[in-house]
Design a protein around this ligand. Structure first.
Ligand code: 3PG
Ligand code: MG
Length: 400
């Protein structure tokens, strides 16, 4: 779905206070940012604005504090990696994204300087798309630039309502995401495959249903695969499985058949008694999962099947790991599939596009990010774009 929007080429930002909405919802563990992709990818927009003499105010959400101040969800831990990504200069931090602290911070900024405002979601008005909150945000700036493609599927105040109060344009990352996804996926080279992982099908039912009409091959991984296996009458033991979703799983299988979309499920599994690092495992054919066992990874035969199927495809979209990849040795299946995709991409047999926090973490762990044709900074927004859904953040930029 192509929507017209303005870009940084259409506005004069010199000496102006620019509200730059970014997605700094990065993974943080023990106060440290563990993956900086979302930070690194906004650098071109920030550098361009600096060069043009803008006064830059970064706005972002972090986590889901639900309208309250939650100390663990402060954007402070992002400050240092952000500073180093921008070449080491010190940034102004405002404890609040609206009101006197925001006002003071924005007034203090000189041309080319950068401020970061505290988590937008500390205010309930953000997720409510509240125009009063949006107006309060807008008060700190003169131009609004949206570089948060990863949040474009949320009709939130800093993404949607704010565009009513300021001239609004897309940043360079937003542009790059939209242009690249359109180029690769608007009329993709076929056969087109999708790898969709994740724990629960209840949260991805609509997505899976929609995908069966768009892709030729659908590889289902993670806990979701167990629900499909169970629905097909295969014993999944003590594995994560939504038994009450069996009818829904079978319905998706049927719709896929009607749409000539082949669904690929694991043919073998790595099973253990518990999800724990380096615990004892057995690898079994998928119809031999013991009653007490938990499926925690796909086995080597499944990897072979997936690789062979992908070798017959020309394009791939990937969201969601195949298994419990954070806990070794259950990362092996996802890593092996990642290497297979990387190989096929390197020899130009496959156009590969991936998105989503867990997926990017898994690809990064496998060391293959650079081999993929494109890696999106978005998860949910990436999937909704692929489904052909309207993204409120993009619609708002079009002025509609
Ligand atoms: C994401 O990480 O997917 C985006 O930052 C959106 O976050 P949300 O799912 O909490 O709205
Ligand atoms: Mg999300």
């Amino acid at each position: 779905m192509k929507i017209a929007y303005k870009t940084l080429d259409d506005v004069n930002v010199a000496g102006k206070r620019v509200l730059l909405r970014v997605d700094l919802n990065v993974p943080v563990k023990n106060g440290l940012v563990t993956d900086t992709m979302r930070i690194d990818r906004i650098v071109p927009t920030v550098q361009e604005l600096k060069k043009k003499g803008a006064r830059i105010i970064l706005l972002s959400h972090f986590g889901r504090p639900k309208g309250k101040i939650v100390r663990e969800m402060s954007l402070r831990p992002v400050l240092r990696p952000l500073q180093s990504a921008l070449g080491g200069e010190s940034l102004v931090f405002s404890e609040d994204c609206i009101g006197p602290p925001a006002e003071q911070a924005s007034k203090r900024l000189k041309d080319g300087e950068v401020a970061l405002f505290e988590n937008l979601r500390f205010h309930g008005g953000e997720e409510r798309n509240d125009p009063v909150f949006a107006r309060a945000l807008a008060a700190s700036g003169q131009i609004y630039v949206n570089d948060a493609f990863a949040a474009a599927h949320r009709a939130h105040a800093s993404v949607a309502a704010i565009t009513k109060f300021l001239p609004s344009v897309a940043g360079r990352l937003m542009q790059a995401e939209l242009v690249t996804l359109e180029r690769i996926l608007e009329s993709p080279e076929r056969p087109l495959a999708a790898i969709i992982g994740g724990a629960k099908i209840s949260t991805k039912l609509e997505l899976l249903g929609n995908l069966t009409s768009k892709v030729n091959l659908l590889v289902i991984g993670g806990g979701m695969a167990n629900t499909f296996l169970d629905a097909a009458g295969i014993e999944v033991g003590a594995s994560m499985c939504e038994r009450r979703m069996a009818d829904e799983a079978n319905r998706i299988t049927m719709v896929a058949k009607q749409n000539n979309c082949e669904i690929v499920l694991p043919v073998d599994a790595v099973v253990a008694g518990q999800l724990a690092a380096n615990t004892r495992t057995v690898t079994v054919p998928i119809n031999k999962v013991p009653k007490q066992g938990m499926i925690l990874d796909i086995g080597p035969e499944s990897v072979k099947v997936i690789e062979a199927k992908l070798a017959e495809c020309k394009s791939l979209v990937w969201n969601g790991p195949m298994c419990a990849f954070e806990t070794p040795p259950f990362d092996a299946g996802t890593t092996a599939v990642a290497h297979a995709v990387a190989r096929l991409t390197r020899v130009k047999k496959l156009i590969s596009v991936a998105g989503g926090g867990d997926t990017v973490a898994a690809l990064s762990k496998a060391g293959v990010i650079g081999d993929f044709t494109y890696v999106s900074t978005a998860g949910g927004a990436f999937l909704e774009w692929i489904e052909g859904k309207e993204l409120p953040g993009i619609t708002a930029l079009s002025g509609k």
